[in-house]
Design a protein around this ligand. Sequence first.
Ligand code: SF4
Length: 565
Amino acid sequence: MPLGLIIDGYVDEPACFGVPPYISPYVRYCAGVFMSHGFEVIYLTVDQIRQEKADHLIRSAEVTVVIAGLTVPGRYRGGSPMTLKELKGLSEIPRRGAMIVGGPIGSGYALKGGDAALDVSKILDVDCIATGDPEAVLDLWIRTKEMTHDAKRDYGTLAKWAEAGAQVVKMHPMYPLIIAELELSRGCDRTDGRCSFCVEGLKAREERSPDSVAAEVRCLAIAGVKAFRFGRCANVLTYGGTLTPKGWMPSPDGLRSLYSSVRSAAPDIKVLHMDNGNPKTIATFPDKSFEALKVIASYNTPGDTISLGLESLHPQVVLQNNLKVFFDQALEAVRIVNLAGGTRPFQNSMPSLLPGLNFLIGLPGENKETINENRRFLEKLLSEGLSVRRINIRRPMTFKSTPLGAVDSSAMKGIRDRDYKAFKDWVRSEVDPVMFSRVAPEGTIIRDVICEERLGNLIFGRPLGSYPPLLGITSSTLKEGDTTDVTVTGAGPRSLSGIPWPLDINNCSQQELQGIPGIGKARAMRLILNRPIAGLEQFKAVLDDPGLADKVAKFFSFPSDEGAI
Ligand code: SF4
């Protein structure tokens, strides 16, 4: 049986994410192509081959596919994307078969924002750099032995690869604690031009049917995946929508059909989240958008985020880069999402659906003064009591194929590193903690947090999901890799603090007790010395502070039921 090797160098694009625990559609679809042609498939991540070289596999594979590239680089906790040096090293390993490189790297390479993307075709010693769909390039090569770098597939062809390739998730080093990024559509639904920086906007708009998405979800669920995100889609709100003279209008029925099909295909789903929504759609069609958001909020799981690409709100920058919305439209969009999705579906859960905001600092026309408009916008959200799930601030990368690629680089020098950093620092110190405390106030329960790293008395972890919050959990017993429910006890600039939920009053540690606001060393010791504590009344008596006891009882489980939530 011929060997098909897939090396996942991770991807990050505006409309597709594939850094662990996410697994991108690219690698699954390529696996599906290999499987449908009778290949044995080996899937490795770049982090795995950093630990143990895969040279012998590259030498013997009939075809090696490397998926890599970032178009919106950020910082990642789940893995480190493949560098160009690493990719070049792989391409130079002697091999008997072919090597195809695909993913966003087909448009160029840069590891950090603010840089121009490099054309890698002269740097890599590979048989093909796919500028089309890597799975289509791979399929064509297997069938005809011809490399067609811009080969594309349609959704009819994709279905069988998507379903067959679902099996590859079992080879992911984090399996089963992974989240499958799902493709709903490609290209951009804007009818009034494209944003200057965007490569997604260069693709023709195409939409996948609910049946096709659900069929893939069913296969992924059978393979053991329980977390999903509609990430590969520029604007989830207009999925199944209608084209009108004012642009694509949301269809609540279209979304209902999609979400209900997916729910039926994976009844044991634990996470169903989305990613991108165009704020202009919400501002242009407020009523339909409200209905559409309500539909999403009725089928998704708590903690979901709709990422609104604001980029910059100064009118000069908006006009110069053909961005989506001005200040007032963005504000209206945030208000509507809060109204439709801001409620908590279960007692003490995270809200159903809140906005995430994306800023892109340093586009042509931006300078120290224009950034202040973004600051004014965030101050407005704070003063109106609106909630935002997370604020993403990055610098643009320039790709030759976009309008930005044709702009003189001096036009992007209006922002110095220190202006960018000052804005970012202000958001992290003044805005994030307030938003954290609105979104996940003390007592919020966050389910299925996966413990990642221990630092002293704290173990840090995150749940699976869209932009999951980082939690510093006070616990001496949890280990890396454990999964636990957590009650939030406070918020810092970058993370939430919490304790495992519920705490067994008679078995929890002194540290865990002291992790609860209001319980210091003396009270913790008193509780421990008075064990066993049978129920709430005894707990109150031992604590000797009825007000505090009522406030903190929600953190505990008692042998009797009276104090348990
Ligand atoms: S709306 Fe702008 S950022 Fe979004 S896909 Fe279209 S061009 Fe790209």
